[in-house]
Design a protein around this ligand. Structure first.
Ligand code: HMG
Length: 424
């Protein structure tokens, strides 16, 4: 009889955008009390893409250091979860496959179910590796969360991409069975094909998130999952970081435990560090919470943690992962902090111009000025085809900070105009 090897997260990293809008700057112009943003929703800033950044450039930027460290020869599948698709037919992962120079003998697929898509990709990846433990799967999850200007959702925007390498005998965490699952047809947040921003019923979405948490927890429990007291911390999907606090308060009550601030902070505080400054990154958000926990909780040992994945519409999953001894050597803490600290601060006016700017749809040849600090960029569009390129000589080995180092959080007061150049 053969025993199945443990399968799970072998490497995990993320990338974000070049620009950042602080909530203090937003509050100065919306008239909101900055305390509402800081304490009410738990956000300090929002990552904003330059016109030459999108889900492909962010995902390639996140995937590159993983390929550099582990090589590409064992990767047989690339799964890209996103709800910011750039094409109705072609998978965004094919562009990433090309940019990262992956082998031709690889399957590439895009997955969608709102913010839940990355967890579906992770579970599919684990199942593939269990069928052949010599192969690895690269899971990418990237989104740009954009809401209408002047809407309640505006303060919960953001952008990032996570890259996760799934392998047998993983360095970071083994993904366990059972999971708790839940699906219910509900209109809390959705984006019809003809819209660039979602329609959202904010209050309802918070309620359906909590309802899905209860349901997945009960399913997890019924199937023999670990009790709450055995879980060292919980990473929640974070559309805004106060949601993690609300969720854990709710879960403690669901399980008949008194929800003290101490218990809630102990379970979730370390998981919010990246999302509070990056904002919602939809599919990537839960995995940024996991990266934050691993990078910041220095007391975390080889213990089991919970992960709650929620995607509006809605599908949810409660799963657990067991952290592996020696995981700190696999972390990329310095690169994560560098990506956040070196974003360029923009003014509210620049933010509004960027928000309303759109890529041309006329089929003509357009070049996009080089603005990203990232390693890949959208160079232009020609005949309705996107053209990407490697954009800087910076090393792909991003476990150490790239150099030269731009000054942290540089101010940028330039106009966001002239975003695109059309060739004569
Ligand atoms: P809102 O109307 O801007 O805010 O909507 P609010 O009035 O409800 O205030 C928010 C909190 O700030 C409240 O706390 C206030 O009391 C507090 P709560 O009652 O909730 O505990 N507050 C203050 N606190 C301190 N000092 C002050 C102050 N003033 C007020 N001065 C909402 C907020 C999140 C609804 C809105 O931003 C929104 O619609 N966001 C988008 C939807 C969303 O994020 N939903 C979350 C669940 S759905 C989900 O996670 C899926 C998603 O990621 C999409 C996907 O799956 O693809 C969104």
């Amino acid at each position: 009889m053969t025993t199945e090897p443990p399968v799970g997260i072998h490497d995990l990293t993320f990338s974000t955008t070049t620009l950042v809008l602080t909530h203090d700057e937003l509050a100065r112009h919306t008239g909101a009390n900055p305390a509402k943003y800081r304490h009410g929703i738990g956000q300090t800033s929002i990552s904003i893409p330059t016109p030459d950044e999108d889900i492909v450039t962010m995902a390639a930027g996140a995937g590159a250091p993983i390929i550099e460290r582990h090589g590409k020869d064992r990767i047989r599948t690339l799964l890209f979860a996103t709800e910011t698709g750039i094409d109705q037919s072609k998978a965004a992962g094919i562009y990433v496959h090309q940019l990262l120079g992956l082998n031709r003998n690889v399957r590439v697929v895009e997955l969608k179910q709102a913010c839940y898509g990355a967890t579906a990709a992770l579970q599919l990846a684990c199942a593939l590796v269990r069928t052949d433990p010599t192969q690895q799967v690269l899971v990418l999850a990237g989104d740009i969360a954009r809401y209408d200007l002047d809407s309640p959702g505006e303060a919960t925007q953001g952008a990032a991409a996570a890259a996760i390498l799934i392998a047998a005998h993983p360095n970071i965490a083994v993904i366990n069975a059972p999971s708790g699952l839940y699906t219910r047809d509900v209109m809390d947040f959705w984006r019809p094909n003809y819209r660039t921003t979602p329609l959202v019923n904010g209050k309802k979405s918070v309620d359906t998130y909590l309802e899905a948490l209860t349901a997945t927890w009960h399913d997890h429990e019924t199937r023999g999952g670990l009790p709450l007291e055995k879980l060292r911390a919980i990473c929640y999907h974070q559309p805004f970081t106060r949601m993690a606090y609300k969720a854990h308060h709710h879960l403690l009550k669901t399980t008949g435990t008194t929800p003290t601030l101490h218990a809630i902070e102990g379970a979730v505080a370390a998981t919010t560090t990246y999302n509070e400054t990056i904002g919602n990154s939809y599919t990537a958000s839960l995995y940024l919470a996991l990266a934050a926990l691993l990078d910041h909780d220095t007391t975390l040992g080889a213990e089991t943690i919970g992960l709650f994945s929620y995607g509006s519409g809605s599908v949810a999953e409660f799963l657990t992962a067991t952290i592996q001894p020696g995981y700190p050597t696999a972390l990329r803490t310095q690169a994560h902090q560098h990506a956040i600290a070196t974003r360029t601060r923009i003014t509210y006016d620049t933010y509004r111009q960027l928000h309303t700017a759109q890529l041309p749809t006329d089929g003509q040849k357009h070049q996009i000025p080089h603005q990203t600090h990232g390693p890949y960029r959208l160079a232009g569009i020609d005949a309705h085809q996107r053209h990407y390129e490697a954009s800087s000589p910076r090393s792909l080995a991003s476990n150490s900070a790239p150099s030269p180092t731009p000054p942290p959080n540089r101010e940028c007061h330039e106009s966001g105009g002239h975003l695109l150049r059309r060739d004569p």
